[in-house]
Design a protein around this ligand. Sequence first.
Ligand code: F6P
Length: 529
Amino acid sequence: MNPILSSPAWQELGREAERWQALTLREAFAHDPARFSRLSRRWRDWLLDLSKQRLDARILAFCGELWSQADVPGWIARMRAGETINHTEGRAVLHIALREAQPRAEVAAVLAKMRAFCADVHAGRWRGATGEPITDVVNIGIGGSDLGPRMATQALAAYRLPHLRVHYVANVDGADLATTLASLRPEHTLFIVASKTFTTQETMQNALSARAWLASALNEAAVARHFVAVSTALDKVAAFGIDPAHAFAFWEWVGGRFSLWSAIGLPLALAIGYERFAEMLAGARAMDEHFFTTPPDENLPALLAFVDLWNTDFLGICTRAVLPYSHSLGLLPRYLQQLEMESLGKRIDRDGEETAYATQSIVWGEPGTNGQHAFYQLLHQGTLSAACEFIAVRKADFPLAGHQEKLLANCFAQSAALMWGKSESEARAELAAAGAQASLAPYKTFPGNRPSTTLLLPRLDPFELGALIALYEHKVFVLGCLWHINAFDQWGVEYGKEIAGRLLPMLEGKAPIGGVDPSTAGLLEACRQ
Ligand code: F6P
């Protein structure tokens, strides 16, 4: 059984939750004028503001007791020692080893190979089969072999090198590959086939179609100069026809959704240059150091985990909007969906028992200010209670006059409005002052008391981005410990893949439709007619 359930701190949190059902954030700020300084934390030049969450220092202290009860420090030590903490797959969890200052020999060798390859492509020493330089790189991968480098390439748009465009293709829907290839010339295009297992259906289909496109425009022999691979399965890479000399290895102890720091980051390193990629590793390393050495009350990943646990298990808030007020971080919500929901979207604990408490909430979001004109209506006045996570960046990465202040003003306005709300009497007074109809007051009322976190970064550069991603990785780690679940397997995505494998021959007309439920049979029939 999860050891934290029997701890006094868990019981205390239950009592605190009852207290907070009757307490509003307005009241909490009125009772404690120092609430902002009490509930905000600084790390380097970051600011994490938890004062608009429905909690207080006592609650964080009880969560700190859960951290000890769950033996988070012990789990950190086991992870760092390379123990098989991913027990259902019999694997160690060592993505942190990819960004050490002095990485182990196998990691250092791959990083050196990436550096040399990037230098060759950038300098035009690596050329296509016809002797043309590479102008376009297409990463073919999905899930962890796509989302990390794709998100980071967009996040670091301000650092992209000129003369090299990097594209990402993930979906097995041919529209993804076809629309990407439409603007490319084969002689100038390099494909990276990125797959930990090198068996993923979507990636293999896209890789085969890309190879056919290239070979029909040039010839089969040209494939060698236009395809490289990133994988743990180097035998399968060779079987696909990619020269092992052009393969970049990683290892089974790197989970797919934690693999950005490995050669899975190759398209990013090509986009921004290897030196910038190394700066991102350094940022992640700085966050590792903070996580490993800081007590829970000052430890940023721990604090984010505490907020999620509190909102989910004690306040019953099961949806969280990630709202980056940074266009460049626009793909962060999608990246976090995999990182958090694939890691923690589980109901069986480390002892094989069903959890008696809720685990991962739904993660979603859009960058601000765009989201304000789409779903914020619901956040402010809907019946559903969501936790919001605002991520703002002080210094613009694309400094156009007049933009950044408006962006930040909107960000801070939204969290203030969510927290403060507007009572019906306030709405009435405003309407009266404006000479408008009093009957509109209920529509112009905002319940408020809607919790949010704001994380304020100084700037968005490779170092800060590396630290930001590592922050979320470690938050997932802490929640895995607190919820007593293995955050590193993903059996939940296997079942659907298995059924798709059985349906495929039926759809292709190679097998009779059978052994499926009537609805699925009906859908298959409709496609075959
Ligand atoms: O979605 C399931 C999953 O196994 C992810 O964990 C992984 O990132 C993705 O598929 C892609 O897998 P691969 O890198 O082996 O192609």
